[in-house]
Design a binder for this molecule. Sequence first.
Ligand SMILES: Cc1ncc(COP(=O)(O)O)c(C=O)c1O
Ligand SMILES: N[C@H](C=O)CCC(=O)O
Length: 426
Amino acid sequence: MSRSHDLFIAAQKHIPGGVNSPVRAFKGVGGDPVFFKAAKGAYLTDEDDKQYIDYVGSWGPAILGHAHPDVIAAVQRQAEFGLTFGAPTVMETTMADLVCELVPSIEMVRMVSSGTEATMTAIRLARGYTGRDKIVKFEGCYHGHSDSLLVKAGSGALTLGVPSSPGVPDSLANHTLTLTHNDADEVRKVFNEIGDQIACIIVEPVAGNMNCILPEPGFLETLREVCDEHGSVLIFDEVMCGFRVGLQGAQGRYGVQADLTTYGKVIGGGMPVGAFGGKKEIMSHIAPLGPVYQAGTLSGNPIAMAAGLTTLHMLKEPGFFDQLEAKTVKLVQGLQQVADAHSIPFTTNHAGGMFGFFFSEEKSISRFAQVAKGDMERFKRFYHGMLQEGIYLAPSAYEAGFISIMHSDEDIAKTIAAADKVMASL
Ligand SMILES: Cc1ncc(COP(=O)(O)O)c(C=O)c1O
Ligand SMILES: N[C@H](C=O)CCC(=O)O
């Protein structure tokens, strides 16, 4: 028996389900979650001292690998000056200036403490700005756990089979229209009928909470068009794909600009951070400039700003994203080759440092319904085989994978060799 097994039993006494976020409980793959005690570069070390090559990266933030020396030094330096002031700091302005410099659609930005806060506030802002209540989201996208957005959600909600959570009043959920992701015709139809009642569309422009799903050509462009035609706000939830699929995130990669953009994960460099920003005209409605209220005791926390700024500066280095994407391509191509060699129906998606793989007969996967039809039992067997071989993947077929700049050719080769061994027994 592993130490993780004992620790998981102990954790369940006073923590609901033994975890502080449901997807960590391994319900998507069965068995006990692994308890980790250290993370460095591309590796995790568990409580039994076993080392893993990590493709979760704390669900996205660890783009520089874990505990990058420059990030740790910045955090340590800042900690000496104080952990939190609850008052303005220069670093918050530096962060806002940098985000506005990097992402052309953003003229103003507000820092918060999580992705959930960022999307929740962006929705409130869109409603306050337009004076409309209805919002459009897409099945399988996950935007954090605020009430309006926990309707047909992805990620852990999907893994647990509760995409629409009890506790969300019908009166609120009724304002959330959930459409089929990547179906531009359905979006047009709904907007033709009730576009003048819709405050906003929120979308993961590269979706990572129903595995990794890329936008079909024309889908994001259609969202932009209908929002322009009907005076609705287009929100790109780039909490996961922002500063992950490219320096300008999905909007840089696909050439479609959002009105509001939300961030989290990478922008905090491993500390608890979120942000939302966009057009000055809309952002001016946020308190204290405008009447839409939002606040946070730890918003713009100095330690988090230090970690985030150091990370973003490193992403600006020429060639960073080319290098990162080359690693992703090497990994997914290698996995595809071994699956083909074992005659296992398999396909992959990727963008920048994000990837997904599917045990599926379908050659190309771009819809949630296709993901849901994948061979989940084979995924589970593969998952546990890889875990045994020291490869840590996301413990659910509805989550994307993440690579870091610290993953070496050797790490990727080891991962592919492990997949070869595991697939031989699938
Ligand atoms: C696209 C997206 N939006 C929002 C969130 C919520 O962020 P957080 O978990 O930091 O609240 C997440 C991740 O959880 C996410 O992947
Ligand atoms: N898919 C989620 C975020 O991106 C996973 C993180 C969590 O819910 O704990």
